[in-house]
Design a binder for this molecule. Structure first.
Ligand code: CMC
Length: 445
């Protein structure tokens, strides 16, 4: 095939530079600009990376226009309907679905590493009781790096990588459940090996020493689907954070702690919390119309939380799947009669039939249903992003693994367009006259 390229002309001097176009197996082509600086002496300016492919990857593919999400080539709808979370973890990590024998081995390993070192449990008591559980998670996941350190493990070897992967996948639910228990002041609940991944997570979240929590089939299914649907989403902010940290060769447990921090932000993992806050604000069915009008008003900052998506412009395939499990769960626990869920149901119905939302293709996204599911399971809003972090750990660590195995990997070191001062003479302290207010001047301490 003829070599494909683009030519960039510098209009200041007429110089031309040619760059190769590379095609992937699907999605937009990319221009290979790795030699751009050495050829032109210029940097590329793309704050927010909206036009930048930061790597090549074989793990996840998103086609937002057509509502397509693939993991290793499999449609998310098929995985969510026909598979379970451990299988999806195996797939993301290994590139293929496990045989029965390998699935048993994989689950066996995950099951037998769910317990935390007893010394880790002491870290929890160092946190304020009213800490946000994501603050606890950043600290506790980071602390794992002192238990799995480079002194004992070579994380560049196959064996070392496997230790990091298996321990993270096995222990994250335990850590998350303990963060919840700590916030309630309840005793930690230890993992139970006879339960499956999602059942065990629910058990550690909701059992108490006095009362075993027996989850219903609908709640186990809803948790399992929720974990699958949040497992990976290409080069998003938290995944890129894990990879940037990992590109320096940092300890993988510390890299995942960086991912937890990035996920915490309201623009990333926090949207499902805002769905419940919005429903509380709307308060009752009679108010829906008023809030729909507010959402349509350009001069009003109010938006319908859990509607619309930056990438999925037709529909969010994850939301389509989760909707069914959300409705099943509400039916089973008879929550349709609880005002908040009745309100959510009515809002969904009204927005789906409103011409503004139809015309602008604003469909409910995954966060609309995950927020409702987590609320229906009995979790407080502050735990929603924690559950997301548990689910996304496999995405982070699969992408980290792929990066560490790639020959393309270099330390991630972006450059900048410098706009600051370039020539200042040093002035002795007694001759300085500050024109600008010191940014902390109004603070007392
Ligand atoms: N309610 C009312 N109007 C909306 C909404 C909404 N939720 N979302 C978009 N619009 C309107 C927006 O005002 C704009 O109108 P116009 O064309 O007249 O200017 C049009 O639709 C296009 O919106 P946009 O802001 O240009 O779209 P975007 O791609 O920049 O934003 C979004 C995507 C997700 C930030 C936005 O839809 C939104 O704020 N949604 C609510 C928050 C939310 O649910 N976030 C979770 C997203 S899923 C996260 C994940 O995948 O992890």
């Amino acid at each position: 095939m003829k070599k494909q390229s683009v030519i960039i002309i510098d209009k200041r001097n007429g110089k031309q530079y040619e760059f190769d176009i590379k095609s992937g197996s699907s999605g937009p082509d990319v221009v290979d600009l790795t030699s751009f600086y050495s050829k032109t002496g210029m940097f590329l300016y793309d704050p927010g990376f909206s036009s930048t492919a930061s790597c090549s990857s074989e793990i996840t593919f998103i086609d937002g226009e057509n509502g397509l999400l693939l993991h290793r080539g499999y449609k998310i709808e098929d995985l969510a309907e026909k598979s379970d979370y451990p299988e999806v973890c195996y797939l993301l990590l290994n590139g293929e679905l496990p045989s029965r024998e390998n699935k048993i081995k994989f689950i066996n390993i995950l099951t037998h590493h769910t317990m935390l070192h007893e010394q880790i449990l002491r870290f929890y008591s160092g946190f304020r009781r009213d800490s946000h559980p994501m603050a606890v998670m950043v600290g506790i996941v980071g602390a794992l790096s002192s238990f799995y350190s480079e002194k004992t493990y070579d994380f560049s070897s196959k064996e070392g990588k496997w230790v990091a992967i298996s321990r993270l996948l096995a222990k994250l639910p335990t850590m998350a459940a303990m963060a919840y228990k700590y916030s309630l002041g309840q005793p930690f609940i230890y993992p139970k090996n006879e339960l499956n991944y999602s059942e065990n997570f629910l058990h550690m979240l909701f059992s108490t020493p006095g009362q075993e929590y027996i989850p219903t089939k609908a709640s186990i299914d809803a948790m399992d689907k929720l974990l699958i649907l949040h497992a990976d989403h290409e080069q998003n902010a938290s995944t890129s954070t894990v990879k940037i940290a990992g590109s320096s060769g940092a300890n993988p447990f510390a890299c995942v702690a960086a991912g937890v921090a990035s996920l915490w932000g309201p623009a990333h993992g926090g949207a499902n919390e805002s769905v419940i806050r919005m429903l509380n604000l709307i308060e009752k069915e009679e108010n829906i119309k008023k809030y729909i009008l507010k959402a349509k008003d350009k001069n009003d900052p109010f938006r319908l939380m859990g509607f619309g998506h930056r990438v999925y412009k037709n529909y969010d395939p994850r939301a389509n799947v989760l909707r069914k499990y959300c409705h099943n769960l509400l039916k089973e626990i008879d929550s349709f009669n609880i005002p908040l869920f009745r309100l959510a149901n009515k809002l969904e119905e009204i927005a789906l039939n409103d011409s503004y939302f139809i015309k602008k293709k604003l469909y409910p996204n995954v966060d609309f249903y995950s927020g409702i599911i987590l609320k229906a399971l009995g979790l407080p809003e502050s735990m929603f992003t924690v559950i997301f972090a548990v689910a996304r750990t496999v995405g982070w660590i699969s992408q980290w693994k792929e990066m560490t195995e790639s020959t393309e990997t270099k330390i991630n070191r972006p450059r900048q367009l410098y706009n600051g001062n370039t020539k200042k003479e040093f002035v002795e302290i007694n001759k300085r006259k500050n024109k600008k207010e010191f940014f902390l001047s109004e603070l007392k301490n």
